[in-house]
Design a protein around this ligand. Structure first.
Ligand code: ADP
Length: 496
């Protein structure tokens, strides 16, 4: 079924429903939470009537206790009844909360239980989220407010474009943003009926993926447009290995596949005003950054030798992030000499590896296993350089935070990392663009060579200052990216 013709006029704001499974600080496991918090606000600044659909997890209800019930939603196929609550984010974005206690009122995270295992009913939980997103974007919506564009995010809302494709009546245009193609929402074929998808949707040009049901593929197949979170990643996912099996479909849809770099929240991540760091500073007062290094070392029990660079990592601990290479070359890194601060959680083997490293080198290495927003800010301010040796990275946020905090990032040349960090070459230094260190080869040896290079540049204080200044002068705000989204929305609605 084609989308409805646009009803927007010069004086009428474009109506966009942003459907997501995370929004910081209400609920966040990674970059999607940051994007959901910031992009709708940037869109609103551009005059878009942006509203958000989010599951009513306990952490969300605890932070927004005064939400009122807006509509009761009937059960559908194997999906239970639910209701919509009305709220508003702290930054003023109208929020529709999908309340279904049997699906969302439980301890643990949004996708996993407290032991880190995926919830066994994730297909139905996020099938419901997708179904309600599609309902609100259709003529059958119980609300008075009808979006012209439904902006879906990740596999958790990937079924929405498929539901709309198979529905009748006017509907909003759809955009699906892929934040990480490694997560696809693949489930057994037997769920097709319970999710209320028509049986004939289960074929290779529909929601089927090698005999299984794929939420992400459904979205990529049926969304009117697709975007991903950096231009580099938009290219990488059209071929192996980073297409993760979907490269053919993505290449076939390349004319409506857009790479738009994420921005960062420049008020939350601003060393000149950050209340979570020990001493605030700007590019003109970089000497005060040293106070943060001392505070970080003191807090984590590291030795305070003046002439030792401090490298930092804040990350999910997964194979994607390339931190196994860091463990491999840790002895050589510490021999430079250097110190290492890590904050992260994830795969038990990596958690154990970094905890053991810290235990055997308590003066030089600190490993905090867990999620700690406050410590993350102090690390950005206190470290000398920030490490992201990712195998792949759709966009990445911390390399941008780091540049803003005068903490040059050391990254592998992939996806958004390659798009946002300029390697410290003589030419880039002369041009005033060098802002960090970039390596190409996927190996522990290549990482070590780059760490050695960074440690030696760190000793050339004037060059290091130049790197810091160049990074701090970059504009990573959401404004330019939000404009690109508005262009896509406008094209989608005007095309109809
Ligand atoms: P991804 O989405 O793949 O996890 P990104 O770099 O895009 O990676 O975003 C990660 C976000 O989550 C950043 O804001 C980062 O600071 C934050 N983060 C990751 N791990 C932790 C942690 N253990 N404690 C605090 N913040 C974290």
């Amino acid at each position: 079924m084609p989308p409805a013709t646009s009803t927007s006029t010069q004086s009428e704001p474009l109506r966009v429903l942003f459907a997501t499974s995370e929004c910081a600080p209400l609920v966040k496991t990674g970059g999607l939470g940051d994007v959901s918090a910031a992009l709708p606000v940037a869109l609103a600044r551009l005059g878009v009537d942006a509203r958000m659909l989010l599951p009513a997890y306990p952490s969300v209800l605890a932070q927004l206790p005064a939400c009122r019930k807006l509509a009761q939603l009937a059960p559908s196929a194997g999906l239970p009844a639910s209701s919509l609550l009305q709220g508003r984010t702290a930054s003023g974005i109208p929020l529709y909360l999908l309340d279904c206690p049997e699906f969302f009122d439980r301890p643990g995270g949004p996708y996993q239980d407290e032991s880190g295992s995926d919830w066994s009913d994730n297909a139905l939980r996020f099938g419901l989220l997708s179904h309600v997103a599609a309902l609100l974007a259709s003529a059958d919506s119980p609300l008075d407010w009808h979006p012209q564009v439904l902006h879906c995010n990740e596999w958790q809302t990937g079924l929405a474009p498929a539901y709309l494709h198979h529905a009748s009546g006017a509907r909003a245009a759809t955009l699906l943003t892929v934040h990480n193609l490694a997560f696809q929402g693949i489930f057994g074929a037997e769920l097709v009926a319970a999710l209320g998808l028509p049986p004939d949707s289960f074929h290779p040009d529909g929601v089927e993926y090698y005999g299984k049901l794929s939420f992400l593929k459904a979205g990529l197949q049926f969304a009117d447009a697709i975007s991903t979170v950096s231009p580099g990643y938009a290219l990488e996912i059209q071929s192996e290995p980073f297409g993760f099996g979907l490269q053919g479909l993505l290449a076939a849809r390349k004319d409506c596949l857009h790479g738009i770099l994420n921005g960062i929240d420049t008020s939350l991540w601003n060393p000149a005003t950050d209340p979570l760091i020990a001493s605030r500073y700007s590019a003109d007062t970089l000497a005060a950054k040293a106070v943060n290094k001392s505070a970080l070392r003191a807090r984590l029990g590291l030795a305070s030798a003046a002439d030792v660079p401090l490298f930092a990592v804040i990350s999910r601990l997964t194979e994607q992030k390339g931190l196994d290479w860091l463990l491999e070359i840790a002895p050589q890194l510490l021999a430079l000499p250097a110190q290492l601060v890590l904050l992260g959680s994830g795969e038990p083997e990596l958690e154990r590896g970094f905890a053991a490293l810290a235990q055997s080198h308590p003066q030089a290495v600190s490993a905090t296993i867990g999620f700690d927003e406050t410590l993350a800010h102090l690390i950005e301010a206190g470290a000398d350089a920030f490490l992201m040796p990712s195998r792949f990275e759709p966009c990445g946020m911390n390399q941008m935070y780091s540049q803003r905090y005068g903490t040059p990032p050391i990254v592998r040349a992939t996806g958004g990392l390659a798009d946002t960090v300029v390697d410290c070459t003589p030419a880039a230094l002369a041009a005033g663009s060098a802002s960090g260190f970039v390596f190409h080869e996927q190996s522990a040896a290549a990482l070590l060579v780059t760490l050695e290079r960074a440690a030696s540049v760190w000793r050339e204080r004037a060059t290091w200052r130049a790197l810091q200044h160049n990074g701090m002068a970059r504009d990573f705000s959401w404004d330019a990216s939000a404009r690109r989204y508005v262009e896509i929305y406008a094209r989608l609605t005007n095309n109809r």
